[in-house]
Write a protein that binds this ligand. Sequence first.
Ligand code: COA
Length: 220
Amino acid sequence: MTTTSRDALTRLWPLFGLRLATPRLIMRPVCDDDLAELVDLAATGIHDPAAMPFLMPWTDEPREKLIENTLRHFWRSRAASVPEDWSVHFAVRSKGALMGTQEISGRDFAVTRTVDTGSWLGLAHQGQGFGTEMRCAVVNFAFDHLKATRAESAAFSDNPKSQAVSRKVGYVPNGDRVVQRRPGEAAVDERLLLTPETFRKPTWSVQVAGLDACRGSFGL
Ligand SMILES: CC(C)(COP(=O)(O)OP(=O)(O)OC[C@H]1O[C@@H](n2cnc3c(N)ncnc32)[C@H](O)[C@@H]1OP(=O)(O)O)[C@@H](O)C(=O)NCCC(=O)NCCS
């Protein structure tokens, strides 16, 4: 998608104009122009194949199926996002290179003031603080710009990287549940809660552009 066509679509779908910036990252809602790179990144690997960090084990699929499912997932999620039950997947880039995605979602947000988050990075981009930076960006955005009062997340008990990110950002335990993550395989899904009071805000603030035009997309 050229800048011109993104601009043209932004006039019709204002979320495409949203932009979050941190010291090292630019985060914009995934558009079709990001998809080939995103799919390639996912197909290159997100985690050790023996592990499964996702509730829906989508990365277990063979390459062809993973490509098709990943495309469907981004198209479906964008099309299904409505003000009373929204979800935004940000394409996360550093110096122009795609690192991964950061999702933020909210249901009946104007009333609940609660957001949920999920994310992944290509394996080559993990362990350099990007996961922490992009999570800080969306919760900073949620608390200061959307006026959220709660940010929830979850990670399996055997996902130390995601848990470390949550801990660093200031989340506190919020219960757990046992789920089937792969056929016949149980896992403990640990819920986490962040509030503006527990948020360990970094020294920087997220820079936000394009929000006024898409407040309605967040049910505001
Ligand atoms: C989870 C994820 C987004 C985190 O991003 P990241 O860039 O790797 O995270 P960061 O570099 O910001 O922080 C990772 C932390 O985990 C810690 N860590 C890494 N491996 C660890 C281990 N085996 N045990 C304990 N801590 C560990 C690191 O030391 C670091 O903490 P520190 O900065 O205090 O040293 C990324 O690893 C990822 O995409 N994982 C696969 C998909 C996934 O798990 N998604 C989340 C599903 S809930």
